[in-house]
Design a protein around this ligand. Structure first.
Ligand SMILES: NC(=O)c1ccc[n+]([C@@H]2O[C@H](COP(=O)([O-])OP(=O)(O)OC[C@H]3O[C@@H](n4cnc5c(N)ncnc54)[C@H](OP(=O)(O)O)[C@@H]3O)[C@@H](O)[C@H]2O)c1
Length: 314
């Protein structure tokens, strides 16, 4: 089968199409004929060697974490899936494995039935950013219509899910986005949108109960300027040193700095599928064929993407 792999850390030019044996499944695993893989910033952060502490440095490496496809085969211990089922899911080890291939083998616990209303491209867009948005929502605790929430970097995959989940909770949300994304942020549920090319969110007078930075550019030190005395900063892109230091610093201040880690569990997928059946929309910005996987990454990495970029495989 064909797969995308790389032999050293680097830019998109290290990505190669390789021939590999079809994966062999174990008793508790399913073999999936991959139809679509969505691109996440973590794919290129790992490929560029920015996450070596967690990913390790062995090669070859594969890429692409979340996917959708059709069950080709199921191991003898698998009772809930059969050949022909349409599913979406995540690879077993998102720091090491890759779904960008004609076939992928994963434990049956890592896939879920694809709703008929979703395309393969939309379903492949759900697990990582959807689960991260659910985790963010959990960390926010008891929010209500009086909670003032700022979502900085609101128009990528993560923001798309988070804005709509917050809307379904009735929260009061200000989004920060590029001019092209303002209408999407409003459609997804933002009550107010700040165009970051016209206004510096840090220079405004308003303060928030919760600030979440999806751009990776704001940082807790800056965010404090627009946080209320007892408020929360949610950080899905922590520097390794920030993980222990945030815990320590939180002991001495009313403001809290909390790290988010996406957990694509069955519980979170059920919650997301519920939100989707209640109207949550998944915007696929652009679909590339498998032969143009490198172009897909170049496009996604260039920024300005509203929603998700997906690679489809025939
Ligand atoms: N911890 C976890 O488990 C986890 C899980 C999923 C994602 N993440 C991380 O969370 C972040 C968001 O994920 P994503 O998939 O939504 O990524 P994304 O699609 O790249 O979204 C990033 C957003 O930030 C915006 N942005 C860039 N510069 C900005 C600025 N100066 N001010 C305000 N917004 C700005 C981008 O808008 P423009 O491109 O239009 O400028 C875009 O909407 C990524 O860093 C990702 O790695 C973490």
């Amino acid at each position: 089968m064909k797969a995308i792999a790389y032999q050293k850390f680097g830019n998109t030019d290290v990505l190669q199409t390789v021939e590999e044996p079809k994966p062999v499944i174990r008793a508790h695993e399913v073999l999936i004929k991959v139809k679509a893989v969505s691109i996440n910033p973590m794919d290129w952060k790992i490929r560029k060697g920015e996450m070596k502490l967690m990913s390790g440095s062995t090669f070859p490496r594969h890429t692409g974490v979340d996917f959708a496809g059709v069950i080709e085969d199921a191991g003898p211990s698998v009772t809930n899936f059969k050949k022909g089922d349409e599913v979406f899911g995540v690879v077993k080890n998102n720091m090491k494995d890759g779904a960008l291939a004609e076939y992928v083998a994963v434990p049956a616990t890592h896939v879920w039935k694809k709703p008929a209303a979703l395309t393969f491209a939309q379903a492949a867009s759900v697990p990582i950013v959807g689960a991260a948005a659910v985790t963010a929502l959990e960390k926010m605790g008891n929010i209500n219509t009086n909670s003032q929430i700022l979502v900085n970097g609101a128009s990528g995959g993560f923001g798309m899910f988070l804005l709509q989940l917050l809307k379904q909770k009735g929260a009061s949300v200000t989004a920060v986005a590029s001019p092209a994304a303002v209408n999407f942020a409003k459609k997804w549920g933002a009550d107010a949108v700040i165009d970051y090319t016209k206004e510096n969110v840090l220079a405004q007078q308003k303060t928030y109960d919760i600030v979440i930075d999806l751009s990776g550019r704001m940082g807790y030190a800056n965010a404090k300027q627009i946080m209320k005395p007892k408020s929360l900063f949610l950080n899905p892109t922590p520097q390794p040193i920030e993980i222990p230091t945030s815990l320590f610093k939180n002991l001495f201040t009313g403001k809290k700095h909390t790290v988010i880690l996406s957990q694509p569990t069955s519980k979170n997928m059920v919650l997301l599928l519920n939100a989707i059946s209640n109207g949550l929309q998944i915007e696929v910005n652009k679909v590339f064929p498998f032969a143009q996987s490198v172009e897909a990454y170049r496009y996604a990495e260039s920024g300005g993407i509203i929603g998700k970029v997906v690679v489809e495989i025939n």
